[in-house]
Design a protein around this ligand. Structure first.
Ligand code: MV4
Length: 495
């Protein structure tokens, strides 16, 4: 079997590796801007997606199907983002006689409509956040429902997810405006202005359950805690969660399995739950794709989720541990993005002048970049992920600190310093976190005033850039570092 990977960056590389370990060939596709990107060379064969804006290339269903035909691929893995959760894409792949490495289109469809998903979950006995299970027709009805639920309430887009088109309403006087704003945002983002209401839960934790379903059965692989996020972009994830006891894990796991069964799920998927401070849990939505943070589950379960997706797509049974799930040790993931904390986390551009990725015991780097690569603003800003495993949470935090100090990305601003500040934070260390944690902690988001040694880093970066122009590869000293680059200077520069 030959698998076309309809994606780019770190997830394309991740999938190509899984293909190779499964004994499958991988076909890459690429935009003009990506013709020199690592995923192109990692694949057995790579095809251009042809002229289009870089941001549109990986969304071209017609060209992806052409590329599959030309390359002899019989399956398409969508990765995450782009077309991964478009039911129409899954349908088009199947109608072209190819295998979609993911769930049936009908499951994507059912979970993509949040009110339909809530109806189905309610019918299946999965606890949902109190609120409506149909779109709200008009403002008067919304006022009645909101009064019944009790304020504060959240207005959410029916076609939404991930926080788009969401509005918090603290008191009745704000409701009409919030409805209008949510409708207009939902119309813009999804072409569908339907909205509904939910009771607002204060400071919940974001805990999600990984599920895996083959043609015979559905299992869960425990939780990930993803409360450390900023503006609905996750930054740090861990498995297991300090908020989840073995009993809660089993109850949430069963709920997730029921959720998957209710929509005829197959492949890897994730049920997102909100867990309240008093330990209640509510289904929020199901992500019908492999997720960015899947590695932390892999580290504590020993299951390679992408390889299992490929097995399931071939009709093979999944290979998972027998018996009730007991996560082993602790895993943490830090998402490294080209976002500049000194500039409000705005996406930054630049050429990667030097790259040193962390290695050693218990460390995994899932990246999509290399030295010399130009980081533009066409795509999302994820450069790679540092994932660590250790016997317990404190050891995992220590190991992540060590790994992040090894990581060197010169030439483009990153959020590396933010991660180091977070890992040093007593509240994070005590796992006293919830989905609003970073909203309260501007001190962690804002970098301390630039140290003079930053100038040293700038000089080193310029040097490496110059060597690059001359030799296409930076001249690295025998100790593996660019000239003049001391460990102490780096540590200072990262503060
Ligand atoms: C909520 C909520 C509180 N109460 N729903 C944000 C993204 C979308 N998936 C759902 N979200 C939330 N829904 C109710 N009824 C709080 C959030 C929320 C959140 C959820 C998960 C992770 C981070 C979050 C950050 C802010 C708000």
């Amino acid at each position: 079997m030959r698998v076309l990977v309809a994606n780019r960056g770190e997830i394309a590389l991740r999938i190509i590796r899984a293909c190779h370990e499964e004994g499958l060939e991988a076909v890459a596709v690429y935009s003009d801007a990506d013709r020199l990107s690592p995923h192109v060379r990692a694949a057995d064969l790579a095809l251009p997606l042809g002229p289009a804006a870089p941001s549109a290339s990986y969304l071209r269903i017609d060209r992806l199907l052409d590329a599959a035909r030309q390359s002899g691929a019989t399956a398409i893995h969508p990765g995450y983002g782009f077309l991964a959760e478009r039911a129409a894409f899954a349908t088009a792949v199947e109608q072209a006689g190819l295998v979609f490495v993911g769930p049936p289109a009908s499951a994507i469809q059912a979970m993509g409509d949040k009110t339909e998903a809530r109806q189905r979950m309610q019918a299946a006995g999965v606890p949902i956040v109190p609120g409506l299970t149909v779109p709200v027709a008009e403002a008067a009805a919304a006022r009645r429902h909101a009064a019944e639920l009790g304020y504060p309430v959240l207005v959410k887009a029916a076609a939404g997810g991930g926080g788009k088109g969401m509005r918090l309403v603290v008191e009745p006087a704000e409701l009409d405006m919030a409805l209008a704003a949510a409708r207009s945002e939902a119309e813009k983002a999804f072409g569908d202005s339907s909205v509904y209401l939910e009771k607002y839960l204060e400071r919940p934790r974001h805990v999600e359950i990984q599920v895996l379903a083959d043609h015979q059965r559905i299992v869960h692989l425990g939780e990930r805690e993803c409360s450390i996020q900023r503006r609905h972009q996750k930054l740090v994830e861990e498995a297991p969660s300090r908020a989840v006891t073995p009993l809660l894990r089993e109850r949430m796991g069963q709920a997730a399995v029921q959720a998957a069964a209710a929509v005829g799920y197959r492949s890897a998927g994730t049920c997102e739950f909100l867990v309240t401070q008093d330990g209640r849990f509510y289904f929020l939505e199901m992500n019908t794709r492999i997720q960015v943070e899947h590695p932390v589950t892999e580290m504590v379960t020993g299951v390679d989720l992408v390889r299992e997706q490929l097995r399931i797509a071939r009709g093979l049974p999944m290979r998972v541990p027998q018996g009730p799930l007991v996560p082993r040790g602790w895993a943490l993931e830090c998402r490294i993005t080209s976002e500049d904390p000194a500039n409000g986390f705005l996406p930054a551009a630049g050429r990667i002048q030097y790259l040193q990725v962390p290695t050693g015991p218990g460390v995994r780097w899932d990246g999509g970049i290399e030295a010399g690569q130009e980081i533009a603003l066409h795509y999302d800003s994820l450069l790679g992920k540092v994932i660590v495993w250790a016997p317990d949470r404190a050891a995992a935090i220590d190991r992540m600190r060590r790994a992040l100090r090894e990581l060197i990305i010169a030439g483009v601003a990153t959020n590396q310093g933010f991660h180091l500040r977070l890992l040093d934070d007593p509240d994070f260390q005590a796992a006293e976190i919830d989905s609003q944690f970073l909203e309260r902690r501007a001190d962690l988001l804002a970098p301390p005033p630039a140290a003079p040694v930053r100038e040293v880093l700038a000089v080193v970066a310029a040097l490496v850039e110059e060597e690059y122009r001359q030799a296409r590869r930076p001249q690295i000293a025998a100790d593996g570092s660019p000239t003049g680059w001391t460990r102490a200077a780096r540590a200072e520069g990262l503060r």
